[in-house]
Ligand binder design. Structure first.
Ligand SMILES: [Cu+2]
Length: 219
């Protein structure tokens, strides 16, 4: 009985049309908004993208990328590329850090050259957000968002996020930004072909922390 079912599903897959989508997100002042998590919840189930391991790198006392988004169940590797230790830990997010992290963890990572563990990984199996900090370097900040949908992306410097191969039909679009105090407005999109959408945050996020000059932070 199994084989005919698989054939049937494969046949349906061939006929399901796919849409590409570009989303332009702006802040309340109308400027392009980077670092915004864009989530799509298609009403039609189709082939969904798969995500294997994702890396968050510690380099020059920064988390790279500054905002990372993964679907629930993804393993995230924390990779130290500095020549000194980092002690990555989860912190609460939202106003005053009041939203507990989707997962609590601490990882002590040594420098790659030392032979100490420079890479460790954590599986995030609960949706939500995690603010990333470092016990050793208090100014280090990064953000991880664990999404319930595999259709997730973070906006680039121009405030744009792109999706390919979405199932045709309606999809709900949600936004999240690490600086938000309240939930952002959701939209329902109708997807087909080469689709475009725009969205606006209800606030102006603070600027992403600038890299610190080299040589000032090693100890
Ligand atoms: Cu550190």
């Amino acid at each position: 009985m199994k084989a005919p079912l698989l054939l049937l599903l494969a046949g349906l897959g061939l006929h399901a049309a796919a849409a590409d989508l570009q989303v332009q997100v702006r802040n309340a002042a109308g400027k392009p908004a980077p670092d915004v998590v864009v989530m799509l919840m298609p009403s039609v189930q189709g082939a969904a993208p798969t995500t294997s391991a994702v890396d968050i790198v510690q380099k020059d006392n920064r988390f790279e990328p500054y905002v990372t988004v993964v679907p629930v169940g993804t393993a995230v590797r924390f990779v130290n590329r500095d020549r000194y230790d980092h002690h990555v830990r989860s912190l609460g997010s939202g106003p005053m850090g009041a939203v507990p992290p989707a997962k609590s963890f601490e990882l002590r990572l040594g420098p790659v050259q030392s032979g100490a563990r420079a890479i460790d990984s954590v599986v995030f199996d609960t949706p939500g957000s995690v603010t990333l900090g470092c016990h050793i370097h208090g100014s280090m900040r990064g953000h991880l968002f664990v999404a319930t949908t595999p259709w997730v992306a973070v906006t680039d410097e121009q405030g744009r996020a792109r999706f390919a191969g979405l199932p045709d039909g309606s999809a709900e679009m949600r936004l999240w930004h690490p600086d938000q105090f309240t939930g952002q407005t959701t939209q329902t999109l109708n997807l087909s072909g080469q689709a475009q959408a725009s969205a606006q945050l209800s606030f102006n996020p603070s600027r992403r922390p600038a890299p610190r000059p080299k040589g000032e932070y090693e100890f």
